[in-house]
Ligand binder design. Structure first.
Ligand code: SAT
Ligand code: MN
Length: 593
């Protein structure tokens, strides 16, 4: 039994037909996006156990899902860019020839939906019908994926309506198959805008609109079409006079990206009338507007946020957003009141509960109750801090781009680029210090250019060149900054309070964007706040600590330069833009002098 196709688009019908032939499902369901249909699917999940209904009085519309224990995160080593030529995938991606990938995966996909339902999800990345949005069709056998995609994207029939007869849509083929990790593959075919994903049902492996489409495939489309697909927060900072400037921020994971996206101003700033608005927490699509400015829009419709560590203190807006209509994955199930819990939630550990695997959970156990990568899926609109521009099909004009990393030394709290190319150079070198928790050498920096390391869908050298080229097209270029909230003192203690107080740094950037040059001085590495330029009043930071936070240590920077050279050598297969080599040389000269 199947419901009727929701379109007459021949290309879409052909894609669905061919997929059904390969996958051999017992029925096909087209997702129309209606509440009724999603309810039916949800009820089916409650019956199969894919979802557990949580306390509907306390958390209306909230459900819990547990993934397979071997399927809890993206799998970078099983993620492939299947460009025609290997060099087009570049040194940072896994590559497989398109034919080889298709042959290999076809065998796995063959009959993999026997006895199952095949869902056809039409979805739009970006506001449906906006000239900057793009349509995708995901085929999946996972009802959990359907329900997540219905939150994370704008999904349903209207996406097919705006597509019309066009063949311009991304084809996503996804099957959970047997969830066998050894046969897990996430393959991207940039030439044909296809994604084939098999044997995972989790996050970015399975919700194909997110990293697979909106970053890896879209970065290719963006390069061809003259725009950018970036792994960035989009946020608005509103001054007491009501003026708003929009910022982009790119941080590697574990650097507080979600927290900055939903930043709550500290008391003092709230009183003055500052507000912070969230347009997006993960992905930004960027274009040059007719006005010569850079414009950003969030292609997503939801937050897929990490649960552990999220509390009223660290992320008030997220806690508000997940009070209703949210899917929780791999968190602790508190059986006493049928709610959820995780480490760092700021609430007492539940006595009668199940851990993320569904086993009895003991608060004294060494193992965490919630998986470290456990998540909440919730609509952006649920956040009290969502920007009124969230639904603006044009997006928002950008004044500043912030790059950041987690560095215990070397990188000061904040500095600004001298110009666009210098900013691109800074972005290309960001990263986080490795800790004992990671394998490999401790105390070096794991570089994560533009926080896009696992998401650049083509050669990283060409990607840097695209950044340089885009700069030339933007008449009113955003200012580019670098931040490091994580510098430590000689006892290993963080010197900067972080969280809401980061607004003080954004406030300085705001002024720099306004051309308040009196707040700025030049250093070897870039522009920095001068005395009194950065408001630290009330933080209890003495001058000595502030000097340490801002210090540019020439020895540390000499080491940094050597590391950057090594990184550039690693990625240089003749494609590293000369502009970046020039920037590195200039930095070296400034540090040596
Ligand atoms: O799993 S996702 O890619 O969706 C989230 C993440 O890893 O950032
Ligand atoms: Mn991300």
């Amino acid at each position: 039994m199947s419901n009727k196709p929701l379109t007459k688009n021949k290309q879409v019908l052909k894609f669905v037909d061919e997929s059904a032939k390969l996958l051999n499902p017992s029925e096909i369901i087209w997702i129309d996006g209606s509440k009724e249909q999603l309810n039916t699917i949800r009820n089916k999940c409650l019956k199969t156990g894919e979802l557990i209904e949580l306390n509907q009085e306390i958390m209306p519309g909230c459900y819990l899902h547990r993934s397979a224990v071997n399927d809890v995160a993206r799998v970078e080593d099983r993620t492939f860019i299947c460009s025609e030529k290997k060099e087009d995938a570049g040194p940072l991606n896994n590559w497989m020839a398109p034919n080889e990938a298709k042959n290999k995966l076809s065998i796995l996909f063959n009959d993999s939906m026997k006895g199952r339902t095949m869902y056809v999800i039409p979805f739009s990345m970006g506001i449906v019908g906006s000239e900057f949005a793009k349509v995708g069709i995901e085929i999946t056998d996972s009802a959990y994926v359907v329900l997540n995609m219905a939150i994370m994207t704008r999904a349903g029939k209207e996406c097919l309506d705006v597509l019309g007869d066009s063949n311009d849509f991304v084809r996503g083929l996804h099957s959970t198959c047997t969830l066998n990790a050894e046969d897990r593959y996430i393959c991207h075919f940039p030439k044909t805008n296809e994604i084939w994903s098999i044997n995972s049902g989790y996050g970015g492996n399975a919700l194909l609109g997110k990293k697979c489409f909106a970053l890896r495939i879209a970065s290719n489309q963006a390069r061809n079409e003259g725009w950018m697909a970036e792994h960035m927060v989009i946020m608005g900072v509103e001054k007491p006079n009501g003026e708003i400037k929009y910022f982009l921020a790119a941080f590697p994971s574990q650097c507080g990206k979600t927290n900055i996206a939903m930043l709550v101003p500290p008391e003092k700033y709230l009183k003055k009338g500052y507000k912070v608005w969230c347009v997006g927490d993960d992905i930004a699509w960027l274009r040059v507007g007719d006005d010569g400015r850079l414009w950003a829009m969030n292609p997503e419709n939801g937050f897929f946020g990490v649960a552990p560590g999220t509390s009223e203190k660290t992320n008030f807006n997220a806690m508000k957003a997940i009070e209703h209509d949210t899917i929780f994955t791999n968190v602790v199930h508190d059986l006493d009141n049928n709610t959820v819990w995780w480490e760092g939630m700021g609430k007492e550990c539940p006595k009668n509960a199940l851990n993320w695997k569904g086993e009895k959970f003991d608060c004294n156990s060494k193992e965490t109750g919630a998986h470290a990568n456990s998540r909440f899926t919730t609509s952006c609109k649920n956040s009290p801090a969502i920007s009124i521009e969230f639904d603006n099909p044009k997006g928002v004009p950008i004044d500043a781009i912030i790059f950041g990393g987690r560095r215990n030394d070397t990188v000061p709290l904040v500095y600004g680029a001298f110009d666009w190319d210098h900013g691109v150079f800074i972005g290309s070198t960001i990263g986080s210090s490795t800790t004992a928790a990671q394998s490999g050498v401790v105390g070096v920096t794991r570089r994560d250019p533009m926080a896009m390391l696992p998401f650049i869908g083509y050669n990283v050298g060409d990607y840097f060149k695209h950044w340089i080229d885009m700069g030339k097209k933007i008449k009113h270029q955003p200012k580019i900054f670098c931040v490091n909230w994580f510098r430590t003192d000689e006892h290993g203690k963080f010197m900067w309070p972080g969280f809401g107080e980061n607004l003080r740094v954004l406030d300085w950037m705001y002024d720099v964007c306004e051309g308040k040059d009196g707040n700025v001085k030049k250093s070897e590495i870039g522009l920095m706040p001068n005395e009194g330029g950065l408001d630290i009043e009330g933080l209890g930071l003495n001058g000595d600590l502030m000097n340490k936070l801002m210090n540019v240590d020439k020895k540390e920077w000499a080491k940094e330069i050597e590391e950057i050279k090594a990184f550039y050598t690693k990625i240089n297969d003749g494609k590293l833009p000369n502009e970046l080599k020039v920037q590195l040389d200039r930095l070296e000269m400034r540090i040596k002098n």
